[in-house]
Design a protein around this ligand. Structure first.
Ligand code: HEC
Ligand code: HEC
Ligand code: HEC
Ligand code: HEC
Length: 247
């Protein structure tokens, strides 16, 4: 009897722990939410190949590239679960992209959007709102650690690796199927260069990341993105009219 009670207790503890952890991770909210406040980043991101990643899965798109990677250029891959995990946002996760969702919702989750690099946002976006309002009133910054605890990602290199270095024989330890078909052995241009990709935004260069805009330091302390200080030196002024959350 005692053993049974212990077992029930352990099971209850596991269920409790898993709901707590699920809560900490947060769910996907789509770029519509983030973009309501971060208008400058959103508008710039809309111009990147990440925003248009779903188009590449359509038949007849990128024909030569597909042939080179031994894919069928006439096939429609937009519903293929071996592809959409890396060409949409939050596929298979809470709040994320689903192949059968209505177009009205789907369009804000297609492509590699904010949350694939910054983390699923249901919990941390609320902190952005509160901290922003508090900063306006008191000029006091909020510890960045609260964002990390709410699931915001600051190790961008690891986030990029989940897609760009996910193939057999990759230098990245976490690789698992489905793999990306576009690897350095298909063409040397697919070799992943984190620093270059993050810094070279704007016209005329390979655009992958949105342009960077000045932060007012509403958040302070660790975990600070390694590349932040350097990027902020040349960041632009954001457009006026920020901080209206889209509902
Ligand atoms: C209600 C408005 C609002 C929403 C919605 C919002 N943010 Fe923010 N966010 C802010 C404010 C305010 C800051 C602080 C900006 C500053 O320091 O100048 C911020 C800061 C950030 C930062 C920098 C944090 C740091 O390290 O200092 C990132 C990255 C970011 N937001 C991404 C996102 C993403 C991704 C989403 C969607 C999941 C999102 N935000 C949703 C208002 C918002
Ligand atoms: C969810 C998967 C995913 C993540 C995470 C991701 N990418 Fe990508 N990336 C893609 C896909 C898919 C494309 C190809 C888009 C297309 O053309 O269809 C791409 C394209 C690119 C390109 C080529 C751009 C061009 O126009 O030639 C660069 C550079 C790049 N990503 C850098 C990064 C960096 C840096 C990070 C992390 C900060 C990152 N990516 C995170 C999936 C991802
Ligand atoms: C593990 C993540 C991942 C999976 C799975 C994946 N892709 Fe991608 N895909 C990427 C990344 C990353 C890039 C960007 C490569 C670059 O430009 O460096 C990309 C780029 C592409 C491109 C553009 C190549 C170019 O040169 O412009 C096409 C087309 C594409 N993928 C089709 C597919 C198809 C079709 C599938 C399924 C059979 C698929 N992808 C599965 C990550 C993935
Ligand atoms: C492919 C990865 C990727 C995507 C997609 C992405 N970001 Fe970023 N973002 C970054 C990187 C890398 C930085 C630079 C490091 C830093 O300062 O945090 C950054 C920085 C930021 C910052 C800090 C200020 C700045 O402009 O540098 C904000 C705010 C932000 N992103 C919001 C967004 C929003 C909103 C979206 C969606 C509309 C988005 N990001 C999409 C990778 C991404």
């Amino acid at each position: 009897m005692k053993k049974l009670l212990l077992l029930v207790f352990i099971l209850a503890a596991i269920v409790f722990a898993s709901t707590v952890f699920a809560e900490e991770k947060g769910s996907y909210v789509s770029y519509k939410k983030c973009g309501g406040c971060h208008i400058s980043q959103r508008d710039s991101w809309l111009d990147t190949s990440h925003a248009k990643a779903m188009d590449s899965l359509k038949p007849k798109a990128k024909t030569n590239e597909k042939k080179k990677a031994k894919l069928d250029p006439n096939k429609d891959y937009t519903n293929d679960k071996d592809c959409i995990g890396c060409h949409t946002t939050g596929y298979g996760e809470k709040g994320g992209y689903k192949a059968d969702m209505p177009e009205k919702k789907a369009k804000f989750l297609q492509g590699v959007s904010c949350e694939m690099c910054h983390g699923a946002g249901s919990l941390f976006r609320k902190k952005h709102k509160e901290a922003g309002a508090n900063f306006k009133k008191t000029k006091e910054a909020t510890p960045r650690k609260e964002l990390a605890d709410a699931g915001q990602v600051f190790d961008y290199e690891e986030a990029c690796a989940g897609c760009h270095l996910n193939y057999k024989g990759s230098p990245w330890k976490g690789a698992k199927e489905p793999y990306t078909p576009f690897t350095p052995s298909v063409d040397a241009k697919y070799k992943f260069d984190f620093e270059k990709a993050v810094k070279e935004t704007g016209k005329g260069k390979a655009k992958a990341i949105h342009e960077h805009f000045k932060l007012r330091d509403v958040f302070k302390g660790e975990p600070m993105p390694k590349i932040r200080a350097e990027i902020q030196k040349t960041a632009k002024e954001p457009k006026a009219g920020e901080e209206k959350e889209e509902e």
